[in-house]
Design a protein around this ligand. Structure first.
Ligand code: FES
Length: 167
C-alpha cells in the first residue's frame, strides 16, 4: 500500500482550501441573491390630508419635510429642506406684507422661510435672497385624490413655484 507523502498531503490540503473557498463564496452569493439590496425609501408621492384641514398660509408637514401652502382655495407645496446643507427651514409670518421683486415680477408676500443653520433666507415663493443657499426651495406637484379628495403631493415632480392647484 502506498503511503501519502507529506508533500502530497499538503497539495491536497491546498486544493481543498482553494476549491472550498471558491464554492463557499459562490454559495454565499447565490443565497444572498434571494435578498436584494433594495433601498426602502419612503414613497415620494403621498396624501397629506383633506383640503379643509389646512389653515391659510404655510402648513408644515414634518413627516414629509414640506410646506403645504394654502391661499384661499389655492394650494401649492414647497420643500422645507434648505438647499444649502439640508436643514429644515422655518416659516416666518411677516408682521406687515411687503412687496418684493422676483425675476422682474413684483409680488406681495406675507411670509418668508428662514434657515437657522447658516442664515439663508427665502422669499415666500422659495427663492433665496440671502445666505449660502444656492437654489430655491423646490416646489412639487399637488393634486386631489379622486377616491377620498385628499391633497396628494408628488415629490417626484418639480413644478414652477408660481403653479397653484385650485380646489
Ligand atoms: S443648511 Fe440652511 S443655510 Fe446652511
Amino acid at each position: 500500500m502506498k503511503t501519502l507523502k507529506r508533500r502530497d498531503l499538503l497539495k491536497i490540503l491546498a486544493f481543498v482550501c482553494v476549491f472550498g473557498g471558491i464554492v463557499g463564496q459562490a454559495a454565499y452569493a447565490f443565497i444572498k441573491s434571494f435578498f436584494p439590496r433594495a433601498r426602502y425609501e419612503p414613497p415620494q408621492r403621498f396624501k397629506v390630508g383633506p383640503t379643509h384641514q389646512f389653515s391659510d398660509g404655510p402648513n408644515f408637514v414634518a413627516k414629509h419635510r414640506i410646506f403645504v401652502i394654502k391661499e384661499g382655495n389655492k394650494f401649492h407645496a414647497l420643500s422645507s429642506i434648505c438647499t444649502h446643507l439640508g436643514c429644515n427651514v422655518t416659516f416666518k409670518k411677516l408682521t406687515q406684507a411687503k412687496k418684493v421683486t422676483i425675476h422682474g415680477k413684483e409680488i406681495e408676500e406675507k411670509w418668508e422661510f428662514h434657515c437657522a443653520c447658516h442664515g439663508s433666507r427665502f422669499f415666500g415663493d422659495g427663492t433665496p435672497y440671502t445666505g449660502p443657499a444656492p437654489t430655491p426651495l423646490p416646489a412639487y406637484e399637488v393634486s386631489v385624490s379622486a377616491d377620498d379628495r385628499q391633497l396628494v403631493v408628488d415629490k417626484n415632480i418639480e413644478v414652477d413655484s408660481s403653479r397653484r392647484l385650485t380646489v
